[in-house]
Design a protein around this ligand. Structure first.
Ligand code: 6PG
Length: 485
């Protein structure tokens, strides 16, 4: 009798990420069933990219499920949002208790929480897995951030850790993140940080182009050199390549319209930071910078009203380039500090017990923000798993102290020469606020109490005791605490 070999996992959705993940799984010896709503894509895949592999196709959900080992593992690589719910609904009638649905899209973690809760009640296992690294990562080793039902992790761990990127020490950039929507939350923060890293690089570029008058060749060389320092990262590396890239019309970067797109994960990070009360200003400014870039016609009109800025060119000396490099390093530390503050707060609120060293390890290779820098974050949390804030770590303290005067110099010059630097200035403002024991919020509290009897706490009194002053002699002793929280 013909011996049927059941497959290890099915992947639904044959866009480039889905196809590449399947090929990656196949390379690692896993048997994969490929399925797509438009089934002609399955045949096309089998006849082209998957030709000569062990990959099998399916022409319906039933067909796909019948080819899988139990418990059945079905990974969705489809557009985040409604499509995920539609596939879950289509799968549900055919699944058995203990089967596992895995969502590998950029889903909003709130959706993942909802799906985990719904499916738990039905006895179906659900995992929300952040996948980063673009097409190449998916093909040769992505960073994977799995969360959801802990019970399901054991059953997919060997597959995911095999296909994930590895550090030089051979550690898989895929560790269990936490319950519910934790995996997608951490992926969201990864993307927010990605927005910040990209915006910082763009601000440095703007400064180098307008104030230092550097050519594309010089920009490429400089970013290439920085990639040999502690700024070494995928995003710096591709930036060096971008400035070197020409086609028959010249430098491609120079003819790209200056309006940034986005799919929403940076915005979600900023929204979440506002909701959780965490001052993630650098990512928020990076999202706003994309919005303002998108207002091209209003900007063009505004420039005609206020006139083009006269950029004074100063020499691209090694000192100023050193200051810029230090500025990027400083701002990056602040951005990651803020991202970690957000994750620490979310972990408390959602009871996730996030492992911050593991998160840095997962981001070390494979993903878009991969960098040498992340090794230092991992080291900081390995050294002290209870580290309250990245800025309290000795290594980062050293870097901050060493770069502070450079940042002040660049930020001041940027403002003087009219170079918008929302992320860099957010970084230095955050640092100055966070490291100031007494901020002017005493006045703010006085104002609130003045116009709305919102009360205030006093310097030499125990915390939690609230006072009100009758600022205008109204003789009223009504405070607003009864109607505010
Ligand atoms: C990744 C990326 C990816 C993201 C793109 C585009 O980790 O591989 O974060 O998930 O979708 O980078 O994001 P925007 O369109 O929002 O810039």
């Amino acid at each position: 009798m013909h011996n049927v070999e059941f497959a290890d996992i099915a992947v639904v959705g044959l866009a480039v990420m889905g196809q590449n993940l399947i090929l990656n799984m196949n390379d690692h010896g896993f048997k994969v069933v490929a399925f797509n709503r438009t089934t002609s894509k399955v045949d096309e895949f089998l006849q082209n990219n998957a030709k000569g592999t062990n990959i099998v196709g399916a022409n319906s959900i039933e067909d796909m499920l019948s080819k899988l080992k139990k418990p059945r593992r079905v990974m969705l690589m489809v557009k985040a949002g409604e499509v995920v719910d539609q596939f879950i609904d289509a799968l549900l009638p055919h699944l058995d208790q203990g089967d596992i649905i895995i969502d590998g899209g950029n889903s909003n973690f709130n959706d993942t929480e909802r799906r985990v809760n719904n499916l738990q009640q039905k006895g179906i296992n659900y995992l929300g897995v952040g996948v980063s690294g673009g097409e190449e990562g998916a093909r040769f080793g992505p960073s994977l951030m799995p969360g959801g039902m802990t019970e399901a992790w054991d059953s997919v761990k060997h597959i995911f850790q095999a296909i994930a990127a590895k550090t030089l020490k051979g550690e898989a950039c895929c560790q269990w993140v936490g319950s519910g929507g934790a995996g997608h939350f951490v992926k969201m923060v990864h993307n927010g940080i990605e927005y910040g890293d990209m915006q910082l690089i763009c601000e440095a570029y703007h400064f180098m182009r307008q104030v230092l008058g550097m050519s594309n060749r010089e920009l490429s060389d400089t970013f290439g050199r920085w990639n040999q320092t502690n700024l070494n990262s995928y995003l710096i590396e591709i930036t060096a390549n971008i400035f070197n890239f020409t086609d028959e019309h010249g430098y491609v970067v120079d003819r790209i319209l200056d309006t940034a797109g986005q799919k929403g994960t940076g915005k979600w990070t900023a929204i979440n930071a506002l909701e959780l009360g965490e001052p993630v200003s650098l990512i928020a400014e990076s999202v706003f910078a994309r919005y303002i870039s998108a207002q091209k016609s209003a900007r063009t009109h505004a420039e005609t009203i206020y006139g083009e800025k006269e950029h004074k060119t100063i020499e691209a000396s090694s000192e100023i380039l050193h200051d810029l490099q230090q500025t990027l390093l400083f701002a990056k530390i602040i951005s990651y500090t803020q991202g970690y503050m957000l994750m620490q707060q979310a972990s408390k609120v959602h009871n996730w017990s996030l492992n911050y060293g593991d998160i840095a390890l997962m981001w070390r290779e494979g993903c878009i923000i991969r960098s040498v820098f992340l090794e230092k974050i991992k080291a900081a949390f390995d050294h002290n798993p209870q580290l309250e804030n990245l800025l309290f770590d000795d290594y980062f303290k050293g870097l901050i102290q060493q770069s502070l005067s450079s940042v002040r110099n660049i930020a001041a010059k940027g403002i003087t020469f009219g170079i918008p630097m929302p992320a860099i200035t957010a970084a230095i403002s955050f640092f100055d606020s966070f490291t100031t024991k007494r901020l002017p919020a005493n006045l703010l509290q006085a104002q609130r109490d003045y116009f709305g009897a919102h009360t205030y706490e006093e310097v030499n009194k125990p915390r939690g005791e609230f006072y009100h002053t009758d600022w205008i002699g109204s003789n009223s002793n009504v405070s607003s605490t009864s109607y505010t929280d």
